[in-house]
Design a protein around this ligand. Structure first.
Ligand SMILES: C[S@@+](CC[C@H](N)C(=O)[O-])C[C@H]1O[C@@H](n2cnc3c(N)ncnc32)[C@H](O)[C@@H]1O
Length: 251
């Protein structure tokens, strides 16, 4: 069974959440891992994750040739998210990309992409093994043979040692101070139950939500990838940020 989800943090508070990513979440992420060798072909980015995009934009869209840099992606990149408010925020920031509302477990694409990026631990929302299998199957089907998938995931054991789900952050939205307050209530070997709160210091606006987030070990990726014709080329555990980074190529 796949898991349903509807989160206000990606709905009514998409702009606030995106500002948090811009200002606080990105320093913890290894953005360089997502800057793989550019390839000719089309890029698909899953989980609009708006804060990441400006940082990756120039890297993923340019390739060096003997004549200097030129666009490596022959067509406009496509950005998918299942949340319409997150996509609206994304469209505002990335007029050069096309946005498509889609669930990563059921992407509406045949083999048409050279590169698929899934940054920002979108994989934390794949709560069951069926979710994970559906996600990797649907991404593999969207890649050309030889195409590359890069993703990250929360590492079981080390993500709770970081302030990401046990700490407070402050950031700005249009000149106003906001806080993100995260507390881990409980954890199992494969998931976290987290209370996530976004609060404005200057008004009573805000939201508070209980989120389930999936965590992973490195060795659970290999079987699911190979089941769908993906060959892992790089696996990395960054314990200081509690994240796993995985790269795979479509055979
Ligand atoms: C950046 S990720 C999650 C980051 C992290 N877990 C957190 O909340 O701090 C959230 C983005 O992925 C999107 N997303 C979550 N599950 C998805 C799915 N099954 N398909 C497509 N997008 C999804 C959300 O709408 C949101 O824009």
């Amino acid at each position: 069974m796949t898991s349903p989800t509807s989160h206000r943090v990606y709905g009514d508070f998409a702009d606030v959440h995106s500002a948090f990513y811009d200002q606080c979440a990105l320093p913890a992420m290894d953005l360089d891992f997502f800057r793989s060798e550019p390839k000719p072909g089309r890029l698909l980015l899953i989980g609009s994750y708006c804060g990441v995009l400006p940082s990756l934009q120039s890297e993923v869209n340019a390739v060096r040739t003997p004549d200097g840099p030129r666009a490596s992606f022959s067509e406009r990149p496509i950005i998918c998210d299942r949340s319409l408010p997150m996509l609206a925020e994304c469209r505002r920031r990335r007029p050069d990309a096309d946005v498509v509302q889609a669930d990563v477990r059921q992407l509406p694409f045949g083999p048409s992409f050279a590169v698929v990026l899934i940054p920002g631990a979108v994989t934390a929302h794949l709560l069951t093994d069926e979710d994970l299998d559906a996600c990797i199957g649907s991404v593999a089907a969207a890649l050309f043979p030889g195409g590359e998938l890069t993703l990250d995931a929360y590492a079981a054991g080390t993500i709770t040692e970081t302030p990401y789900f046990n700490g407070n952050s402050t950031f700005n939205v249009d000149g106003h101070r906001w806080r993100r307050i995260a507390r881990t209530l409980s954890r199992t070997s494969a998931s976290l139950q987290v209370v996530l709160e976004f609060a404005s210091d200057e008004s009573d606006q805000g939201c508070r939500e209980l989120l389930m987030q999936r965590t992973y070990t490195l060795d659970e990726w290999l079987p699911v990838m190979s089941r769908h014709g993906l060959h892992c080329t790089e696996l990395k555990h960054a314990s200081e940020s509690g994240r796993l980074y995985i790269r795979a190529v479509r055979s």
